[in-house]
Design a protein around this ligand. Structure first.
Ligand code: T5A
Length: 216
């Protein structure tokens, strides 16, 4: 089975603290102002069940999952998210913007944890079946991204770094390389954005890519 690509399905990817949430808000505003229905969502998560799986994955208090368990949990959440939220929204003509999707599994569980990309591709075909029309990859050096994430995690009221955010820099270097390798392999779908720029400049670049899509 080949993956079905959807032009109105946008994903935002990148390492920790790249600024995905910030870009997502800008894209959403742009589309809403043009009168479109927009579903903005995130992974792992996006449905009540998938959000519970997210808590299991990121929790720091309980038994850490084995790497295979981690992979299967992100795909279990995604299976639910695709069927309950993403596909129904696309079918009624809405735009869907997701903060992370399957590329994160290739980067984190594949490149980061060392799991076989062929196994991930098999799960993607059997369990997911769809892919975004465009993926914005916010690229930033590991130290810089982690510094931003730390600033947010240590703010008053924040819950502190989650289980994956506690990984060492080498892990995040592999994740970054994994994302860049995917972008290189699929240049038609990916747009790489230099996420070290100001939030305004990053949002403007993301919007220019979206404008090109929305006007076609
Ligand atoms: N995961 C996920 C997997 O392992 N496999 C999978 O298949 C999937 C789907 C949760 C974790 O799950 C893992 C990866 C993750 O570890 P998440 O909720 O996306 O995923 O968590 P994070 O990657 O930790 O997302 P972050 O919340 O850190 O990053 P964002 O959304 O990219 O960053 P954002 O927008 O919150 O910004 C971070 C801080 O920087 C500031 C913001 O104000 C904020 O304080 N900021 C900027 N500052 C200066 N200049 C800019 N351009 C800025 N942009 C944002």
């Amino acid at each position: 089975m080949t993956l079905q690509s959807h032009a109105r399905f946008i994903t935002i990817e990148g390492g920790e603290g790249a600024g995905k949430s910030t870009v997502l808000a800008a894209l959403r505003e742009f589309l809403l102002a043009r009168g479109f229905e927009v579903v903005s969502t995130r992974e792992p998560g996006g449905t009540p069940l998938a959000e519970q799986i997210r808590s299991l994955l990121l929790d720091t208090h309980h038994e850490p999952p084995a790497v295979e368990t981690e992979l299967l949990l992100v795909f279990a959440a995604r299976a639910q998210h695709v069927r309950e939220v993403i596909v129904p929204a696309l079918q009624r003509g809405a735009w869907v913007i997701s903060d992370r999707f399957t590329d994160s599994s290739y980067a984190y569980q594949g490149a980061g944890r060392g799991l076989d990309a062929g196994f991930i591709a098999d799960l993607e075909r059997r369990v997911v079946g769809i892919e975004p029309g465009i993926t914005l990859l916010l690229d930033i050096g590991v130290a810089h991204g982690r510094e931003r994430a730390r600033g947010r995690d240590l703010a008053p009221g924040a819950s502190g770094p989650d289980r994956i955010e506690r990984e060492h820099d080498h892990f995040f270097e592999r994740v970054r390389d994994g994302f860049l390798a995917r972008a290189q392999a699929e240049p038609r779908r990916f747009r790489i954005i230099d996420a070290t720029q100001s939030a305004e400049a990053v949002a403007a670049q993301a919007l220019s890519h979206l404008r090109a899509l929305a006007d076609t």
